[in-house]
Design a binder for this molecule. Structure first.
Ligand SMILES: Nc1nc2c(ncn2[C@@H]2O[C@H](COP(=O)(O)OP(=O)(O)OP(=O)(O)O)[C@@H](O)[C@H]2O)c(=O)[nH]1
Ligand SMILES: [Mg+2]
Length: 512
């Protein structure tokens, strides 16, 4: 499949950097590159002088200026081709002409204005990321220069790429399947080493191969079933329900295994959210600082110090753990504090785990009991802080499992971390299949597959008829199996649906 437009976008992150890369993809990639770039001899390989006015001549070793061998990097200059208006104003007089100076202070010839020095590479279709003609321009990472280059290319006729458009083209040109394209987005967004490793495994095709082999097994069974329709007169049972059941069983086991790994995949991808919750002054902010070993949140002996949510991150076995310090929960009079309390309550909803902080040095109050009541259905741990001080109540009154800690001495913090590890990370760090499911779209598809497989399986398990005929009408069975195959195909994008594709690729970043 080929696209008639040539798209352009910055492929590197926006902002100042040593290098920025602008990428073009499409049939005119080369001609646009030729219009704005001139190869230049590197200083240590000087060209023989060509006389006055030719000292800015660009190298065209072997062939003309326009020749770009595929997959070869060239050094040179980005030019604003005339008659494109100069972004540097009307120019500086050099005695003979009103010729603008580039920011590099270079004189400008009839070719145009020099914008930057650059390295460029042209990759001829189909041997490129998108499978189309691709040109990459590696320039200095100045947002001003990058913007100019993009403007010029758009002025020449290139189209600004939509988010994920390069990857979408790569997918449509058969360079990778859908789950691999999704893996690129995941790899870029990885928050932990494990997430990156998992995305790389998906990019390498681990998920695709698994799903595709199941789909192929199913297609074989389906083709035998459909062949049977043609031989209906001859009373030959080509289709064997037992064989079909075996294939369905395999799909079921694999789907279940992948779905079971989803929580781990999410953990790799997003980490864990932990909320420190409690009435004012129990030491929530002090505990956040103690976990982070950093003075991040303001602490004070006056209750109601924290108004906003403050987040800090630590790593536990490579998994990012986001710890949120919240405003103390109480009946607050001040509207700002009320807003803070509302935010704390929202956070309780979103958190994977709530640490309810109690002050061990002062007797429990009604507020403590109300908070304990409020979170009793959430996954939570009870934590008695300030155990470096004289105890104010018997910790056993709130149940058997309570963690005794001190934000001042850091005593007891490791026990909490070990418990978190036990609750969330145990077993999830050893991936036997080399891959865990981490994508909500894949999860939804596999859930549908499972329901469908269980339905068909239940029907097929009924006693078989004479000659092993299927216990459910074969046309109906064929339809059901086709649906499962189609669902599996949606994971790898074997079945192309424009809406699904737009939805997936629109979540990518621009330039990817
Ligand atoms: N001795 C002792 N003092 C602590 C400990 N943790 C906190 N404090 C003190 O308790 C007071 C309140 O601490 P914060 O961390 O600000 O309490 P908070 O729960 O964040 O309070 P709000 O933001 O008002 O909800 C401060 O004076 C802290 O120094 C502890 O483990 N031991
Ligand atoms: Mg606080």
């Amino acid at each position: 499949m080929s696209n008639s437009s040539t798209i352009v976008a910055q492929a590197t992150a926006p902002g100042e950097a040593s290098i920025a890369m602008v990428r073009l993809s499409g049939p005119q990639a080369l001609s646009f590159l030729q219009k704005i770039f001139r190869k230049k001899k590197l200083k240590n390989h000087p060209l023989p002088s060509r006389g006055r006015g030719e000292d800015l001549l660009f190298v065209h070793e072997g062939g003309s200026w326009e020749d770009f061998e595929t997959h070869k990097m060239y050094f040179g200059e980005i030019m604003i081709p005339h008659p494109h208006p100069s972004p540097f104003g009307t120019g500086v007089k050099d005695g003979t002409n009103n010729i603008p100076l580039s920011p590099l202070g270079e004189r400008v010839q009839g070719e145009g204005v020099v914008l930057d020095q650059a390295m460029v590479v042209f990759m001829k279709a189909p041997h490129s990321f998108t499978g189309e003609d691709v040109a990459e321009i590696h320039m200095h990472g100045s947002p001003v220069v990058v913007e100019q280059v993009l403007k010029i290319l758009v002025g020449l006729g290139a189209t600004s790429a939509k988010p994920g458009e390069f990857s979408k083209r790569a997918f449509l040109n058969g360079k990778m399947d859908l789950s691999q394209a999704e893996a690129i987005a995941d790899l870029i967004a990885s928050k932990s080493e494990l997430a990156a490793k998992n995305a790389l495994s998906q990019l390498g095709g681990n998920l695709s191969r698994l799903v595709e082999s199941l789909r192929q097994d199913l297609i074989q069974v389906m083709s035998r079933l459909e062949l049977g329709f043609d031989f209906i007169e001859e009373d030959v049972a080509l289709f064997n329900p037992k064989e079909c059941l075996l294939v369905l069983e395999k799909i079921k086991t694999t789907s279940k295994r992948l779905l079971a790994s989803f929580q781990t995949g999410q953990l790799y991808k997003h980490g864990l959210k932990i909320a420190l919750v409690g009435k004012p002054n129990v030491g929530k902010s002090s505990l956040l600082n103690a976990f982070l070993e950093e003075d991040k949140a303001i602490t004070h002996s006056e209750p109601g110090t924290t108004r906003d949510v403050v987040m800090g991150e630590i790593k536990l076995s490579g998994i990012p753990i986001q710890i949120y310090d919240t405003a103390g929960l109480r009946e607050a009079a001040h509207p700002v504090e009320q807003e803070g309390i509302k935010r704390s309550e929202n956070l309780i909803e979103k958190a994977d785990l709530v640490l309810v902080i109690l002050d061990s040095s002062n007797p429990l109050t009604l507020e403590d009991h109300q908070i304990l009541e409020k979170i009793k259905l959430k996954k939570h741990l009870k934590v008695a802080n300030k155990i470096d001080l004289k105890p104010g109540w018997d910790l056993k009154t709130v149940g058997d499992q309570i963690f005794s800690v001190s934000a001042v001495t850091s005593q007891g913090l490791n026990e909490i971390l070990e418990e978190i590890q036990k609750l969330f990370l145990k077993g999830s760090l050893e991936i036997d299949s080399g891959f865990v499911l981490n994508n909500v779209r894949h999860q939804k598809i596999l859930q549908e597959v499972l329901v469908q497989v269980e339905n068909v399986g239940a029907g097929l398990s009924r006693p078989v008829g004479v000659n092993n005929y299927s216990p459910i009408p074969e046309e109906l069975l064929a339809e059901e199996l086709r649906l499962i195959a189609r669902l599996l195909g949606n994971i790898t994008g074997e079945v192309k649906d424009e809406h699904i594709l737009d939805e997936i690729f629109s979540k990518f970043c621009i330039g990817k």
